[in-house]
Design a protein around this ligand. Structure first.
Ligand SMILES: NC(=O)c1ccc[n+]([C@@H]2O[C@H](COP(=O)([O-])OP(=O)(O)OC[C@H]3O[C@@H](n4cnc5c(N)ncnc54)[C@H](O)[C@@H]3O)[C@@H](O)[C@H]2O)c1
Length: 596
């Protein structure tokens, strides 16, 4: 029989603590909520009230249930109030000495059979536990932010945590409606170990002006379907808390440079820019604690103005190539009202791409996405050709041929000869340096990357890649075109992986390394990212969709360009590719290997 918890204590009512109080009280458990001072207690109480009021306003909580919930919570200053509770969860700032002091005190105050839990994200639960005389009753219960919403709880057992305590806490998580994964005590556990390298990398991109905060966040939301971008997430977590987690992970997790906090993070902490809780972090908020972003000096001017600045008029577009991307891109332009010239390497290829575009448009009609007139209009705007010479009078060329540098360079040299002056020449490459193609022409200022995502008619995002030679008006034109296509464009520099792949693939590679180290299972890692971070797919599910060979190729490029040891492809990924486990397309997926 699992142990019955009738009352629990929560220490520290900040970002996490206040949410944890809400989780317990909502589930009928009495809570003693403790802070260090009266003003801090008041702040914590106000957070709880605001959050429950919001739930009532949204119709997610009955007013009577809110009152009952609040009645279950007793507030107090100091740990003495915790003498009678069955379980304590500590959620004070991420400092080992502070947590050890609190655990020593809890050990003294709490009844002998009380379980003492920490919500630490990165510190060693074992080191915290030895500050007490009952390390076998100490455990990690790691909630995710915001605690009332996120389904995942990581339960961390140390080598001495008793099996009964683990089982009781697992049963308690189920009672709270949470999904738990139970794991050993390692820096960052599952989710943070995979999340924080990515967050730090995103801050590094922002710090180096590689892309704006809005563009980095939009890229990850629209390119990967994440619930929020990395910089907005840093603000939600708390920039100070993120700093401490990174710092601890760096020191505990093998001194991986990717966890060494980017200098900007420390500067922001020193300047009091802590994120939502202080009203300002990477973004500015209506007031401290508010989730509402307000414009500040870094907010970009309204896109409509930016697009009119120096942008060239585009009416006729050439699309070179006959593969999946070219097909989608032709459709996107034709549907948006552009004249399109499709150029392939032969009449046969032109016939087949024409068929593919027709099929896709017909599907759109069947699904009610466009009318028959719109379909016919779009088709009427497309000319099918097998000669580059037909691009002599277009205003923009989008190249989507095979991902081979020599082929693309030769194509750009030909376009340079054929196209009229002032044309924007764009490549859809996802891994080659755009500057290489620009330098194959005599007009590098007119060359830009337009990185569409697959399937182009569906995916909202386009990365606009500016090289060190791209003219501002070329970028402005590219952005204006994306807007006219109904897409969201983000501008970034010409580095391997642009924004999305540079941030996504190292994370996927890290997940493979975690599996390889036998820390957890494919299912638990997938669960942790979906339920703890709100990702639409776990890393292994996504690898199966993307293709393990594609992931390996991108990871190799990133590694070769940056020579970052942490980016070296996971040996397991290399071996699976060699063995033909390429994901869904081959019918041999990650789980087939791990579930042998
Ligand atoms: N922020 C997140 O997204 C997140 C997610 C999961 C876990 N965590 C972990 O949760 C813990 C708390 O982080 P946070 O982001 O809520 O921090 P926070 O700074 O928002 O809140 C910490 C609270 O602890 C209080 N406090 C400090 N010393 C105290 C003491 N001696 N006694 C009682 N209360 C005290 C502070 O007044 C403050 O209200 C950390 O270990 C963190 O790593 C954070």
């Amino acid at each position: 029989m699992a142990r019955e918890f009738t009352s629990v204590g929560v220490v520290g009512l900040g970002t996490m603590g206040a949410g944890i109080v809400e989780v317990f009280a909502r589930n009928g458990i009495d809570v003693v909520a403790v802070e260090i001072s009266a003003p801090a207690l008041e702040r914590g109480q106000a957070t709880l009230t605001r959050s429950t009021d919001r739930a009532v306003a949204k119709g997610k909580l009955d007013p009577a249930d809110r009152d009952a919930l609040l009645d279950r919570v007793t507030f107090a200053v100091g740990l003495d109030a915790l003498h009678a509770v069955d379980l304590v969860i500590e959620a004070v700032p991420e400092h080992l000495d502070l947590k050890q002091r609190i655990f020593a005190e809890l050990d003294r105050v709490c009844k002998p059979d009380a379980i003492l839990a920490t919500n630490t994200s990165s510190l060693s639960v074992t080191e915290i536990s030895v500050a007490t005389s009952r390390p076998n009753q100490v455990i990690g219960i790691h909630f995710f932010n915001p605690a009332p919403v996120m389904k995942l709880v990581e339960v961390i057992r140390t080598v001495v945590t008793s099996a009964d305590v683990v089982a009781d806490v697992e049963a308690l998580c189920a009672r709270l409606g949470k999904v738990d994964v139970t794991i050993n005590d390692r820096a960052g556990f599952i989710a943070n170990a995979l999340l924080f390298g990515y967050l730090n990398h995103a801050v590094a991109l922002f710090e180096s002006n590689y892309a704006s905060r809005e563009d980095i966040d939009a890229a990850m939301k629209l390119g990967c379907g994440l619930p929020m971008g990395p910089l907005a997430l840093m603000d939600l977590i708390g920039v100070d808390t993120a700093y401490e987690i990174l710092d601890t992970m760096y020191r505990r997790g093998g001194r991986d440079r990717r966890h060494a906090p980017v200098p900007l993070i420390k500067q922001m902490v020193t300047a009091g820019l802590l994120g939502r809780k202080s009203g300002r972090g990477f973004y500015t908020y209506e007031r401290p604690g508010s989730p509402v972003v307000v414009p500040d000096e870094a907010t970009p001017v309204a896109p409509a103005d930016a697009f009119s600045e120096g942008g060239r008029a585009i009416a006729k577009v050439g699309v070179v190539g006959s593969g999946t991307m070219a097909t989608g891109i032709i459709e996107v332009f034709a549907r948006a009202g552009y004249e399109v010239v499709s150029v392939t390497r032969g009449a046969e290829k032109s016939a087949s791409i024409c068929e593919a575009v027709k099929t896709s448009l017909n599907k759109g009609v069947v699904r009610g996405k466009l009318s028959e007139e719109e379909r016919d209009g779009a088709l009427g705007r497309i000319t099918w050709s097998a000669t580059l010479d037909h691009l002599a009078d277009v205003d923009l060329v989008v190249e989507a041929v095979v991902e081979e540098l020599s082929v693309k360079k030769a194509l750009f040299a030909s376009l340079d000869e054929i196209c009229k002056p002032g044309v924007v020449l764009a490549t859809t490459t996802s891994s080659l340096p755009v500057i290489e193609m620009a330098m194959a022409t005599q007009r590098p200022a007119d060359v830009v990357g337009l990185h569409f995502f697959n399937p182009a008619p569906v995916m909202q995002l386009v990365e606009v890649v500016r090289t060190i030679r791209t003219a501002p008006e070329t970028v402005a034109t590219a952005r204006a075109v994306c807007a006219a296509l109904g897409k969201t464009s983000v501008v970034c520099g010409d580095r391997s992986g642009f924004v999305v792949n540079a941030l996504l693939f190292p994370y996927l590679n890290d997940a493979v390394k975690m599996l390889e180290a036998s820390y957890s299972t494919t299912d638990d890692i997938d669960h942790a990212m979906k339920l703890g971070c709100g990702y639409p797919m776990g890393p292994f599910e996504l690898l199966d969709v993307v293709g393990l060979d594609v992931a390996l190729a991108i990871q190799r490029e990133l590694y070769l360009e940056l020579r970052e040891p942490g980016f070296a492809p996971a040996p397991l990924l290399e071996h699976l590719v060699t063995a033909g486990y390429l994901g869904r397309k081959t019918g041999r997926v990650f789980r087939d290997h791990t579930h042998r």
